[in-house]
Each structure stands twice: as C-alpha cells, then as structure tokens.
Write a protein that binds this ligand. Structure first.
Ligand code: SF4
Length: 282
C-alpha cells in the first residue's frame, strides 16, 4: 500500500488551539491514518460537535459537518445510512459525548452502524473555560467545582462495552503513532468503532505528565481483544492506564440488517405512478 501525503487533508487554516493542546496530536494522527489507508478526501466525512475539538472539521480538507451540541452520532448515522460508501468519522469532546450527547452512545454501540467515534477526552469543558464534565476525576477543582468535584466520574469504556460496542479502544494524544494505528484499525473495523482519547487541556486541566507516567500499551501484554471479560477488567484499571484495543469482535452492522429495507423485494417497493394507474383502472 502506498500512503498518500497527509498534507492533502490540510485546509491550510492555522489551528487556534492553545499551544500544547492534545487536539494537535489527534489531528496529526487522523491525517496520517487517512493517508496510510489511502482514503480520498471526497470519500471521508468528519462530523464534529461543540467544544474545542469541534475545530478539527475546519482543519480537515474532507467533507465536514460541525453540528450542534451532543448530536455527532445522530448526524453521522444519517450520513452513513444515506451513503454507505462514505467513511464517516465522528469527533466529540467528553462534554459533548458524555454529558449533552450521552444518550446516543449506547444506541450507536448496540446498533453497530459502521461509523467511528473519536472522543477527545480532556476531562474538562475547555471551550467554556474549564468546568467539570462527566469524566473529571473525583476531587478535582475546576471553575464549577471550586471545592473539588464531588461526583464520581463516568467510565466511558465500561459504558461502551456494556452497550454492545464491537470495537472499543483508548488512545493517548501524546502517543501519535499509536493513536494513528488505533484510528486505522477503527476505520477498517466493520461496525461501530469507539476510541476514547485521553488528552491534556494544557490551559484548564493539564494531565500531560500523569498520563505520560501511567499509560502502557495493551498489545504488549498479551491482552485478548476477543475476551469481553478481559476488556472489562482492563477498563476498570486505575493504578496504571491501558491504551490500545480493549475489545474487537464481528457482528452484522445496522446497514446489513437494513439491507432488506434499502433493497426491498419487488412486492414491497413503493408503487410507481404507472403501476398505480394500472391498479386503479382494473
Ligand atoms: Fe485545548 Fe484546553 Fe486550550 Fe481548548 S482550552 S484549545 S482543550 S488546551
């Protein structure tokens, strides 16, 4: 396979993210992954929600849809059903995906539609200057929790696994080549693929050094990606932070389940005007 030049996906716009923001690592990994898979820009759609991550559709020279808060998955689902030939990649932040849009994740996972969701999880609302999100760790002081976060955080990997996702992975924006490989594998996976990307918000919650210290790669441990039990165990680890593919299995996609509706047998197709005229004139 001859890789394309990642620069073909560059719109030329200079990112407005803070210097050192984890979003740069995700952008770079995404461009490299598309280039190595030789995906033409016109065959790719990037759907983004509201938050700092949402700018990524401005910096990707592909089709793009910057939608309203929390609605990345419904938009991505509609696009894929309308044109199954497109590679549809949703990007959300942890606020967008796990607060405002949380209701959509379990359903996309259980339906197994062939779309991808990459969540830029910096554990804080960065765009609105640093408020708590569902993944902010317990006790962390943010603008909205000046005495420390009193709420137990959500574990998105456990949610995705319990919802029936067929591909569940975690990346780290500081490991760009590793993340690129995860994105490539997610795109090649037939069905819903979910990647939670841990990334620092250097301005409001800089987790860079702790993530750098704690992350380790699952593929170096003999982890069995087909074992749901092992995936759950790894997803519950807290002392160290596994990154890589936790779980990957095959199951029919929503498009396959819908194929009877997309290509109905003649008896079920809507009547054409001449057919209707013929029937009525009997
Ligand atoms: Fe990145 Fe945080 Fe700056 Fe937003 S506020 S661009 S998430 S560092």
């Amino acid at each position: 396979m001859t890789a394309l030049d990642p620069a073909i996906y560059d719109t030329g716009k200079r990112p407005v993210w803070c210097p050192g923001c984890g979003n740069y690592g995700v952008l770079l990994a995404l461009r490299k992954a598309l280039a190595e898979l030789e995906l033409k820009p016109e065959n790719v759609v990037i759907v983004t929600g509201i938050g700092c991550h949402g700018r990524i559709s401005d910096y990707m020279k592909t089709n793009g849809f910057h939608t309203i808060h929390g609605r990345v998955l419904p938009l991505a689902t509609g696009i894929k059903l309308a044109n199954p030939n497109l590679t549809v990649i949703g990007h959300s932040g942890d606020g967008d995906a796990y607060a405002i849009g949380l209701g959509h994740l379990p359903h996309a996972a259980r339906r197994n539609i062939d779309i991808k969701l990459i969540v830029h999880n910096n554990m804080v609302f960065g765009l609105t200057t640093g408020q708590v999100t569902p993944t902010t760790p317990l006790g962390v002081k943010t603008k909205s929790t000046p005495f420390g976060n009193p709420e137990h955080p959500l574990n998105p990997l456990l949610l995705a696994l319990a919802s029936g996702a067929t591909f569940v992975a975690r990346g780290f924006s500081g490991e760009v080549d590793h993340l690129k490989e995860l994105i490539k594998r997610a795109i090649l996976h037939k069905g819903f693929a979910f990647i939670d990307v841990l990334q620092p918000c250097v301005t409001f919650f800089n987790t860079y050094s702790i993530l750098r210290e704690k992350v380790y790669k699952l593929e170096e441990t003999g982890h069995d990606v087909k074992s749901l039990e092992q995936a759950f165990r790894r997803a519950m680890e807290t002392e160290r932070i596994p990154i890589g593919v936790f779980y990957e299995v095959e199951r029919p996609t929503l498009e396959e389940a819908f194929s009877h509706a997309m290509n109905p047998p003649p008896a079920l197709r809507p009547l054409s005007p001449p057919d209707l005229t013929r029937l009525l004139s009997r």
